[in-house]
Every structure is written in structure tokens, then in C-alpha cells.
Design a protein. Structure first.
Length: 94
């Protein structure tokens, strides 16, 4: 699985083609689902649910949405993250 695989699946699996605006909104939606799962775990809601597994699933969905936006914008998200890491890893917040 790579960014292009996810994008190609997204194009073929849905009736309408992706738009940059809708895919960016999808990122926000998926990030909200990650947050919702963390909040539910931290507040003890539905303790029978494995919230770590739910968070893992939601983070994967967020990654897929992010891959789609990156592909539409014409860059590789993982390469971009590696480049950004070179900058971020030099910061000292102490």
C-alpha cells in the first residue's frame, strides 16, 4: 500500500471524483473521529470497547484522507513528512 494505491482506490470506489476541498474536509472529519475516540476512552464511555483499536482505525482513515489530498496536490506525503522532520527534530522546546 502506498499513497498512489490509496488515491486510485478512492477514485474507483466512489461514485463521484474527489475534490481538494472535500478531501481536506474529510481530513478534518477523520481527525474529529480520532479525537472522539480518545475523549470516549479518557472519560470512560462504553468501557467494553477497545478504544486503542478504534483510535488505530481512525488514524488509518485519517492517513488515507491525507494521502488523497497529497496525491491531488502532487507531492508524496511521506517524503514531505521526512523533510519536515529534519526541521522539527532540531527544535528545542525546553
Amino acid at each position: 500500500m502506498n499513497q498512489k494505491d490509496v488515491f486510485d482506490w478512492r477514485v474507483s470506489a466512489f461514485a463521484h471524483p474527489p475534490s481538494k476541498l472535500l478531501q481536506a474536509a474529510k481530513c478534518a472529519e477523520e481527525a474529529g473521529e480520532v479525537l472522539g475516540a480518545v475523549v470516549k476512552r479518557e472519560t470512560g464511555v462504553k468501557q467494553h470497547i477497545d478504544w486503542t483499536e478504534e483510535i488505530k482505525k481512525e488514524l488509518a482513515d485519517l492517513l488515507f484522507a491525507m494521502f488523497t489530498v497529497a496525491e491531488m496536490e502532487g507531492f508524496d506525503l511521506l517524503e514531505n513528512a521526512a523533510e519536515k522532520w529534519q526541521e522539527v527534530s532540531q527544535r528545542d522546546y525546553k
